[in-house]
Design a protein around this ligand. Structure first.
Ligand SMILES: [Zn+2]
Length: 248
């Protein structure tokens, strides 16, 4: 049972809570899962069920996204990169600094334990910032486009997205595409995943010629036809085109 700012859980009294999203009245609560983080915060995930048959939207605005190591993606329409936020990078720097402090503490001492808790809190903050960022980026795209085309990437090796260090084991791209998919589907829009073997980087988006090889260090795409473009942007245009072909 949910009340204004409170939740009633079995075997417990009313618990005060901060609700992140409103649950519409026609939705049925199926179950709740309570979890506790390392820093002692409690989270309740509420599973809801509802009848919703979104009307399939006619596809007009289409965008292709190329996964990018430095940003999150490069889009075919503006060649823009989704930039991670500055404060987010600052958090990562702070994390590295706190970790150095921990290494100077005597293992098992009070100060060591205290520092470990500090680091856990920072980790939580970084994870929340990342999630927030991925929600915002996927929301913008789902609002603006009727169809988003991406490559069906193998998730291995994706953890370096957004320059997260090894300390933050994550899968930003996987999380991002999951958000994107449900945000699009809710509106009767589509996410198209094209084959990962499609040569999106090696193909010239201008003349269609496919290069035999392209090393990872070549950030600018040059074609014999005279076409020159940012490597990821060229790829995102090819991804969009391939998606349109699949749609037809
Ligand atoms: Zn060309």
């Amino acid at each position: 049972m949910l009340f204004d700012g409170y939740i009633k859980l079995p075997k417990l009294k009313l618990v005060k809570m901060k609700q992140h999203r409103e649950i519409p009245s026609h939705h049925i609560i199926k179950s709740c899962t309570v979890s506790r983080t390392k820093t002692g915060k409690h989270y309740i995930s509420i599973l809801i069920e509802y009848e919703h048959q979104p009307v399939q939207k006619e596809v007009q605005a289409v965008v292709g996204l190329d996964f990018s190591m430095n940003g999150l993606f490069v889009d075919s329409e503006e060649g823009k990169t989704a930039n991670s936020l500055r404060f987010y990078r600052q958090s990562l720097e702070k994390l590295a600094k706190e970790q150095r402090i921990l290494s100077r503490r005597k293992k098992g001492s009070n100060r060591w334990h205290k520092q470990r808790l500090n680091i856990a809190k920072l980790h939580e903050r970084v994870a929340n910032q990342r999630k927030d960022f991925l929600h915002k980026e996927s929301h913008k795209l789902a609002k603006r486009y009727d169809c988003v085309v991406i490559e069906d990437l193998n998730m291995k090796g994706m953890s370096r997205t957004l320059n997260f260090g090894k300390s933050v084991a994550d899968n930003a791209w996987g999380m991002f595409t999951t958000f994107l998919q449900y945000k699009l589907e809710e509106q009767g829009k589509r996410l198209i995943k094209i084959d990962k073997w499609f040569p999106s980087s090696k193909t010239c988006s201008c003349c269609g010629r496919v290069k035999e090889s392209l090393s990872l260090s070549e950030r600018i795409f040059h074609c014999d036809c005279g076409f020159v473009a940012d490597r990821d942007w060229n790829a995102s245009i090819n991804i969009k085109r391939e998606g349109l072909r699949c749609l037809a």
